[in-house]
Design a protein around this ligand. Structure first.
Ligand code: HEC
Ligand code: HEC
Length: 254
């Protein structure tokens, strides 16, 4: 009797969370208009390339101790391994999950002897955009074994929890209704392989955590700070759920 119960309960939980219908990851790129696809694919037309260039300048700019990122990682970052870039966030036994942005900031502070920048500072987003651009085409491959697992689960929990005055969860729009239209737009899966992205409407680059804040706003929910543990856990979960998608940074959106 108990044994039978044990078998049924996990099944019922799976049904409720909708994870029985595991979705095949699809890049938001697939749902873009032909114009936007072309703009994203063409480095001369992609406005996000201005941020890549800015990031490259910063990459070569000497820090307090005279060293630049380029001193250690090659003039144009050629000593950085694209496979490793695509593996972020990575787990560190002392720091927990480390996002690409925190890794860059740590190098900036420790290895250039600078004051660390605030999470999502413009210069940090530019450096992140440049570094991720170096891994364009590389498949996202985040390892959630070991201690990373609990951060993946925490992110998944947030993704599935109803929030705000709209009382909706990310999973509603981005999985259950994904592919359907909402006010003229087709709802994507909120895959994050193109981040940081260039938003044409705003005329600026947008980091992942800024986008999270935007979606919290849409749901009329209190957002967290950029770099908060909640957003880092979401970043771990959402990357892993899109493992295998190619990095497209800088993605272009309306
Ligand atoms: C004095 C040398 C030095 C400087 C300067 C430096 N780094 Fe690093 N960086 C390292 C070392 C050492 C590591 C850790 C070893 C490794 O993982 O390759 C590392 C790791 C990284 C990684 C992760 C690579 C991986 O395989 O996980 C990235 C990305 C990175 N640095 C970017 C930057 C950026 C951007 C800057 C400038 C803001 C910078 N680094 C400045 C030495 C440096
Ligand atoms: C009411 C529906 C709805 C809910 C619920 C929702 N979103 Fe979104 N989300 C959208 C729409 C519409 C877009 C596309 C338009 C845009 O980017 O502004 C989007 C875009 C995104 C993107 C960008 C994807 C891309 O490739 O450009 C991310 C990331 C994202 N949402 C994350 C989240 C997260 C995290 C949550 C939960 C906290 C969430 N969303 C909840 C409607 C929703």
């Amino acid at each position: 009797m108990t044994k039978c119960f044990m078998q049924i309960v996990p099944f019922a939980l799976l049904m409720m969370s909708g994870s029985l219908f595991a979705l095949e990851p699809q890049s938001s790129y697939e749902l873009l208009s032909e114009d936007l696809k072309q703009m994203q694919d063409d480095d001369f037309a992609n406005p996000g390339m201005m941020t890549v260039d800015r990031g490259q300048e910063l990459f070569q700019k000497p820090g307090f101790n005279g060293k630049s990122c380029a001193t250690c990682h090659g003039d144009n970052g050629e000593k950085l391994d694209p496979e490793q870039i695509a593996a972020y966030p990575k787990y560190d036994s002392q720091r927990g999950p480390v996002t690409l942005q925190s890794q860059i900031n740590q190098c900036y502070a420790d290895r250039q002897e600078e004051f660390p920048m605030l999470y999502d500072a413009d210069e940090l987003i530019a450096l992140e955009t440049f570094v991720r651009y170096l891994a364009r085409g590389e498949k996202v491959n985040v390892d959630i074994s070991g201690s990373m697992r609990e951060h993946y689960e925490a992110g998944k929990e947030i993704f599935h929890t109803r929030i705000g005055q709209r009382d909706m969860a990310c999973v509603h729009c981005h999985e259950m209704y994904a592919g359907q239209r909402l006010r003229g737009q087709i709802l994507n899966q909120a895959q994050i392989n193109g981040f940081p992205i260039y938003r044409i409407t705003n005329g600026t680059i947008m980091s992942l955590h800024e986008k999270y804040i935007g979606c919290y706003g849409t749901l009329r929910a209190m957002p967290y700070e950029p770099g908060s543990q909640e957003y880092i856990d979401l970043e771990v979960y959402m990357n892993a759920r899109g493992n295998g998608l190619p990095i497209e940074t800088p993605g272009v959106r309306h």
